[in-house]
Design a protein. Structure first.
Length: 255
């Protein structure tokens, strides 16, 4: 017998239980920001964590270098008991690369482009990546996906991304987007927050851009973050603490 709900689900104010995408240029501080979350475990798919003392899936600090290992880690973390409250995938870009290399080896091709069955091969990559990341996100912990960024050219009139071989019609503008490829496309719909780490060109300070604009991709399902804030974990967390405090005060006022 199906039971229908009698009460509303509460609004989530704990970012440690959310799915985040944090993207930006190399060295801006994305991994450092993620390292301050509660009990984080890093699945490092590339070098770059030597300046941080964090728990990694490889205790020697080496990166995950095979798709099979990454896929098995996703299943293990989602289904087996462990002490981690946050899983950090660093980076999404290399998750896609690992799966592409696995697909090339599995199907005995030098590269996926230019094959008669290229569409089928890329479809295989998409399926593999989506299944692995959806499995990881199903676990009882928060997930942070770190990605580099790329610059895209957008047609102002249509909002369409202009490809390398395209001839744009009318005015165009530049937009910063995550560069995670198939991996980013697999999780962007499920992400609660998509945040861009960047440098404020006026002040020289590192900031976290939280709301979408013409110049960059961002998402905030919670509705509690400003347009931008310092690239600081405590400032980020304080936004949620303040929002929760306001909601509790409003509830008391109704009693």
């Amino acid at each position: 017998m199906i039971k229908l709900p009698k009460n509303k689900t509460p609004k989530q104010y704990d970012p440690h239980k959310m799915r985040l995408v944090v993207y930006g240029k190399e060295g801006i501080g994305k991994s450092t920001f993620a390292s301050h979350f509660k009990d984080p475990l890093f699945i490092a798919t590339e070098a770059g964590l030597t300046g941080l003392s964090v728990y990694q899936t490889h205790e020697d600090g080496s990166a995950v270098t095979s798709w099979e290992e990454f896929r098995d880690l996703c299943v293990h973390l989602a289904t087996q008991p462990h002490e981690w409250s946050t899983v950090v995938v660093d980076t999404l870009d290399n998750v896609t690369r690992l799966c592409v290399e696995y697909t090339e080896k599995r199907h005995n091709v030098d590269q996926l482009h230019g094959q008669r069955n290229s569409a089928a091969l890329w479809g295989f990559v998409k399926t593999q990546v989506t299944q692995a990341l959806e499995t990881l996100m199903a676990g009882p912990y928060g997930v942070i996906f770190i990605s580099h960024e790329r610059d895209t050219t957008i047609e102002a009139a249509t909002g369409r991304e202009v490809g390398m071989m395209d001839r744009p019609k009318g005015d165009v503008f530049l937009r910063h987007v995550p560069s995670g490829g198939s991996s980013y496309r697999a999780i962007k719909g499920a992400a609660d927050l998509i945040l861009r780490a960047a440098m404020d060109m006026k002040t020289g300070e590192r900031v976290l851009q939280c709301q979408p604009s013409i110049s960059h991709i961002a998402k905030d399902r919670t509705g509690v973050l400003p347009d931008a804030l310092p690239l600081c974990y405590e400032d980020f967390l304080e936004c949620f603490r303040s929002a929760l405090k306001k909601e509790r005060s409003a509830e008391k006022g109704k009693e």
